[in-house]
Design a protein around this ligand. Structure first.
Ligand code: NAD
Length: 509
């Protein structure tokens, strides 16, 4: 089913999981990429063993100066060409994302569009990368700050955005003058291989050396090697909070830099002043889109008692209309979970909800039979719960939506929304200006993303993306997120014939 796409991406014969560009190698264990869509094998990839990793790092280091010596706008031109290449291959890459990861074809295309958008953004950025100038207290002195490339940027990414998260990092890191080395998820290795192939074609056409973009394939071990490696100047890691805590601790012991994009536990607050039609649409898309496997998926709805019953009934009836099946068919709303382990987590969360006293309004179920052969399709569930339940406090990466009632002012709802360990995305549905502004103020949402009259998922690349608390504090993508990929230097230049000291200090000899 995917052979044409693999062929058109030039990866039908690729089984080696380490690449420095045109060179492909890999002497580690072979892993199988199996589609959650139909359970069929897509291909085998040999993982990165330690000697392969060493070769990749050494090649990356050898390419560092060629790339950083290229003026930033010329680096931007290479990234522009990569964006063009993605435009040409949007359909087949989108289809591969959909088939290997299980999200809908439309969302697969959306991921590739996000890659194109960040390339465009990075091209403009390549003529900026600006620092400030400031006035010196000393006469005939000039002060300014500038940003230099870091060197090697290591990217560790999750299965659920198998191409876009890499592109957010890659496009910015490259225009900032860094070489990149990427370990994608072991669950989506062919997506990584396809991206590396496309970028390599552009680098090679520009006569650039091996090592500017590299990939490694494998389990957490390869990620651990990267986190420990002092030759990597920045580790940008996207994944679970559990992974982020380990990576942060390892990188911190070598006083390295890390940028962390971790789990969320995102809520929509529904006040009595909400447009309820829009609320239902936002909640359903947020909770069941990508089968609840977005870091920004809506997990909790915090609903005022005056509108609680209306929202509850409208949601339960909307859930009866959901079509579950292959994500390659545009008629379906919900595709599969990534694998049968994810199904186990979903089932265990459902039984935890009951154990803690929650009520399932829409029961969950693992679907079987024709069209569900992969055993990864589940029914989206809705449960009435209390915010303090241990299961509600956790991110379960599956389509389970929690309904929580609040009674008083909007501040009560905000307190509930903030009373979790994660701080990624949040939103409020209201047409009341005071409620909206309260939610956006410092007394409001404690998340990195706070929306009004929009759901929690579906961010644009122009804003900085990321979250607080156990979400890790990192920011990627737009705004000034590029600064994480550069080192800042403050420069003071004396153009007089005297040497006055700062703070008026006198030193005579
Ligand atoms: P995961 O943490 O299991 O794996 C993510 C990546 O980290 C994989 O490449 C994995 O091999 C690697 N890894 C795991 N343990 C590691 C370790 N100790 N050291 C180094 N590398 C390690 O996550 P997943 O199941 O692939 O993805 C789902 C999670 O990702 C969810 O929690 C989701 O919220 C989060 N996520 C966050 C964002 C964000 O921007 N905040 C975006 C996408 C996904």
């Amino acid at each position: 089913m995917i052979n044409e796409e693999l062929k058109s991406l030039g990866i039908e014969n690729h089984h080696k999981g380490t690449s420095t560009g045109t060179a492909w190698f890999g002497s580690g264990d072979r892993i199988e990429s199996r589609s959650p869509v139909d359970g069929k094998s897509i291909g085998h990839v040999s993982c990165t063993a330690m000697p392969d990793y060493e070769r990749a790092i050494t090649t990356a280091l050898s390419a560092k100066s060629a790339w950083s010596n290229l003026p930033a706008p010329n680096r931007g031109e290479v990234v522009r060409q990569f964006g063009e290449k993605l435009r040409l291959h949007k359909n087949e890459l989108g289809r591969l994302v959909s088939y290997e990861m299980g999200k809908s074809y439309q969302e697969g295309l959306g991921e590739v569009q996000e890659m194109i958008d960040i390339c465009d953004f990075a091209v403009g950025l390549s003529r900026q990368l600006y620092g400030f100038t400031m006035h010196s207290e000393r006469p005939a002195h000039r002060m300014y700050e500038q940003y230099h490339p870091l060197g090697v940027v290591g990217i560790i990414s999750a299965f659920n955005f198998p191409v876009a998260v890499w592109a957010w990092n890659a496009a910015l890191a490259l225009v900032c003058g860094n070489v990149i080395i990427w370990k994608g998820s072991e669950k989506t290795p062919l997506c990584s291989i396809a991206c590396q192939k496309l970028l390599t074609e552009v680098l090679t056409a520009n006569h650039l050396p091996e090592g500017i973009s590299s990939i490694c394939t494998g389990s957490a071990d390869v990620g651990r090697w990267m986190a420990e490696d002092a030759r990597i100047d920045l580790i940008s890691a996207t994944g679970s909070t559990r992974m982020g805590k380990q990576v942060a601790a390892t990188v911190a012991t070598r006083l390295g830099k890390s940028l962390l994009e971790l789990g969320g536990n995102n809520a929509i607050i529904v006040t009595p002043h909400a447009d309820l039609k829009m609320t239902i649409m936002a909640a359903v898309f947020g909770a069941v889109g990508t089968a609840g496997q977005r870091c920004t998926s809506t997990r909790r709805l915090i609903i005022h008692e005056d509108v609680y019953e209306h929202v509850r009934d409208a949601l339960t009836s909307a859930y009866q209309q959901l079509k579950i099946g292959t994500p390659l068919d545009t008629e379906n709303h919900v595709g599969p979970l990534i694998d049968t382990d994810a199904v186990k987590h979903y089932l265990s969360a459902l039984s935890e909800i009951k154990k803690e006293g929650g009520t399932l309004l829409v029961e969950g179920q693992v679907l079987q039979g024709e069209g569900y052969e992969s055993n990864c399709y589940v029914k989206p569930a809705i449960a009435e719960v209390e915010n303090h339940y241990a299961i509600v406090q956790k991110e379960t990466f599956a389509p389970i939506l929690y309904l929580i009632k609040y009674r008083g002012e909007v501040s009560e709802a905000i307190a509930l929304q903030n009373a979790v360990a994660q701080g990624l995305s949040s939103s409020i549905m209201t047409n009341n200006l005071q409620e909206a502004e309260h939610f956006l103020s410092h007394r409001g949402s404690d998340c990195g993303i706070a929306n009004v009259n929009i759901g929690t998922s579906g961010a644009e690349i122009g804003g900085a993306f990321g979250g607080e608390k156990e979400t890790g504090g990192g920011r990627e993508s737009g705004s000034d997120a590029w600064k994480a990929y550069m080192r800042r230097q403050t420069n003071t230049i004396n153009y007089s014939n005297t040497l006055p000291l700062a703070q008026g200090i006198k030193f005579n000899f």
